[in-house]
Design a protein around this ligand. Sequence first.
Ligand code: SF4
Length: 160
Amino acid sequence: MSPKELIGVSACLIGIRCRYDGKCKTEPAVTKYLSKRKFLAVCPEVLGGLDVPRTKAELKGGDGIAVFNGDARVVDRDCIDVTAEFVGGSKVAIDKLEKLGSIRVILKEKSPSCGIHKTYIDGELVPGMGVFAAILKWRGFKLVSDEELAEQQNGEADSE
Ligand code: SF4
């Protein structure tokens, strides 16, 4: 990887308070990895026009790929359909990353937007991608989760 390459990152992982509950989810492995790299922090839900804090939302009827294909929805706990905000914000975030030449993104696992390997669908944590992750993958980005990065760094520490 070129040292000049710009990495995209879920904003909540680096201390930005953009989660539904108004908090962040800082991951030391991510901040360590980015400490000497260029990066752009994005929150697709905020870029889609949703507030901080906001009502928690989850995938209904399928994962982010199904949402992107029009076969599933994103609905918050007040029964408001926020699918358009999730998809629209993901596209805004991806446009920003593409304009800066980014091809790699670090994402927050389990989120209905950013989850890469697992997310909540119909109230259950199951294998599947969030909406942002699904569209990023479709656009050809390389994705790594905060959990994978932490495991990788733990492995490196164990072998020292
Ligand atoms: S949408 Fe992604 S970046 Fe925004 S709060 Fe959720 S996990 Fe973090």
